[in-house]
Ligand binder design. Structure first.
Ligand code: NAP
Length: 240
């Protein structure tokens, strides 16, 4: 039986590319998504065409109930070696106008998502004394972007959780790291002032999902066995 990678929020964008890349590396994929059925089916077919299996897991990572219902029966038989907590979204607005739901939803998908997924799988990883948890944070965790107090708080919180969890479980050989992407060309950039942003990126281009996925590939590999509790920025050289 091959090694499994669970990637959350993998129906499109960065998560879809992480799933394709880990499949290329030899992992069978558990592909989580929330609503984009057609896109998820397309990624599944691509992964299967590349010779790996792909199980679609449709649930909201922010719901402990949904996560448990879908994951627990699977975990009776197989344990992922890699978990990539990637699911996330923005709901930008100035704090003074922000509705409680806009605050809660953004916090919940990132922080409760991390908690629900990691908590379900961690006991099994600890028992096996192996595993990798890779959290996708954001440049917003490092520098100020107006209108993103909810998103910045969620992503900065995820970095704190990454560092704490890493030292809690290092002795069990389960490694926990985070990646903070800069501006990556996916649907998430819609509505942002792209020309203005481009002028601030030293490498002079937006990132591609591949730029993030290749670092995930390294962190999921045997080559990164001495790295834990770290945050890596993939942002084209933006100083933070
Ligand atoms: P994207 O293209 O909008 O994709 C987001 C993915 O997350 C989709 O697959 C979506 O699934 C899934 N998702 C959203 N809410 C979910 C939930 N509650 N439960 C499960 N899945 C959920 O965004 P992206 O740019 O690839 O972003 C991926 C991650 O990178 C996010 O955490 C984001 O914060 C982070 N990031 C992105 C950038 C960037 O510039 N793009 C920069 C920094 C950080 P459905 O469509 O099926 O609902």
């Amino acid at each position: 039986m091959g090694k499994i990678a669970l990637v959350t929020g993998a129906s499109k964008g960065i998560g879809a590319q992480i799933a394709r890349t880990l499949a290329r590396d030899g992992f069978d994929i558990w592909l989580n998504y929330c609503s984009s059925d057609t896109e998820a089916q397309i990624v599944k077919k691509e992964i299967e065409a590349a010779g790996k299996s792909c199980v679609l897991l449709k649930f909201d990572v922010a719901s402990a109930l949904e996560v448990g219902k879908v994951l627990m029966p699977l975990l009776d038989n197989q344990i992922p070696f890699v978990v990539v907590n990637n699911a996330g979204f923005r709901k930008d607005t100035l704090l003074v106008w922000m509705k409680e739901k806009e605050w809660q939803d953004v916090i919940n998908v990132t922080l409760n998502g991390f908690f629900n997924i990691s908590k379900s799988i961690l006991p099994f990883m600890l028992k096996k004394r192996e595993g990798r948890i890779i959290n996708i944070a954001s440049a917003s965790a490092h520098f100020a972007i107006p209108g993103q107090s909810n998103y910045s708080a969620a992503k900065a919180g995820l970095l704190g959780a990454t560092r704490s969890l890493a030292i809690e479980i290092a002795k069990k050989n389960v490694l926990v790291n985070a990646i903070s992407p800069g501006f990556i060309d996916t649907g998430m950039l819609e509505g942002l002032p792209k020309e203005q942003i481009l002028a601030t990126i030293p490498l002079g281009r937006f990132g591609k999902p591949e730029d993030v996925a290749e670092l995930v590939s390294f962190l999921a590999s045997e080559k990164s066995g001495y790295i834990t509790g770290q945050v890596f920025q993939v942002n084209g050289g933006i100083c933070t």
